[in-house]
Design a protein around this ligand. Sequence first.
Ligand SMILES: [Zn+2]
Length: 454
Amino acid sequence: MKKTLTLLFTLFIGYAHAQNADSVAIRKIFNEALSNGKSYEWLRHLTKQVGPRLSGSAGAQKAVDWTKQVMEQQGFDRVFLQDVLVPHWVRGAKEEAFIHNGKQKTNVPIAALGGSVATGPKGVEAGVIEVKSFPELRELGADKVKGKIVFFNRPMDPTKINTFEAYGGAVDQRANGATEAAKLGAVGAIVRSMTNVHDDNPHVGGMRYGTGVALIPTAAISTNAADLLSKSLTENSNLTFYFKQNCETLPDAKSYNVVGEIKGSEKPDEIIVVGGHLDSWDLAEGAHDDGAGCVQSIEVLRIMKSLGIKPKRTLRAVMFMNEENGLRGGVQYADLAKKNNEKHIAAVESDNGGFTPRGFGIVGTPEQRAKVMPWKPLLAPYGLLEIGAGGGGADIGPLAQSGTVLFGFKPDSQRYFDYHHTSIDKFETVSQRELELGAASMAALIYLLDQYGL
Ligand SMILES: [Zn+2]
């Protein structure tokens, strides 16, 4: 009995000792990020000097060159590029649009959705059918829809506390609205911007055409203009809407994922990824989406290096290319990992903005999630309270097929869609402190994943 007690006591002391060493290490990680952090100045450069960087653009290439250079300057063990062939869509000249009620024309802000076709040089003018859902559209049928512009006006649900849930409940209109409208003979589709804010910014994003339907032009309209159009329709259901857009899909372009690596000292074959996506929409500086995630990921490796933490496993910061309109970088990364027989035990993505950290969503088996739970008390002092099953991230998603456990960094979601995919997703909207807290939170998780594996 005495022996058992002694053993239990020794185990307990050992456990307490490890917990204490971990909590000291995590404290140091936060101190380093908050006192000597580099993520904010890197973000300033990426947004102000590089700027918009949609796949295939000169900006995207500039971002590849610059992040490679930054990681080389940090003295990581290895920095390399992975070739990725990406879609190359260009907006062309600024769009024009107006509501024409017979007497007067009121100009409204729109922006072509990524992947859309142009309207032709004369634009499109037609009557408008407003709907809130696809079933409502189908109910109207081809008789009512043919030759018209379909106006998808279902707002994001403002009562959802997590705004990503509200986004998920509305974004089908943007992704598939043109296809559903074209099936019934519509000549265009206008989609209410995905935001809870009432503003004048069209919030763009990707769309896809289904097979076998006419390719009709589609654009996002600002929420204020959507409200105006809806109100105008109640006053005059025969009004017409005009829009002209000049976008074009060019042949696929050569681009790259950018990878920086610190080699593991004990288990170099076990890889842990931390990443974000390097591309951004063409109208945006891409500060929250996803410049923040990129600079935070580089910062994670920098913090490890500057604190002299020698990871047991190999750590990689990955700047994925083409999340916004194709996900080719994420797919290519997972394909290469498979081809090279690499073992990725975990991947962490930051692609939900540079806001105050709240926790991490985990994609893995219940057993894998259970291994993470004992870390909760170590992370709680830093406000990381939301740790449990949840979303990982688009770019790391393809790694799940090979059994990699995915972690989605969860910052506060309340302001993300104020800026999402607009020209106001700017550096000025990012708080240095919140950005640095996010980088430290990610580094703390990476530290624990490296210590204990999964
Ligand atoms: Zn993103």
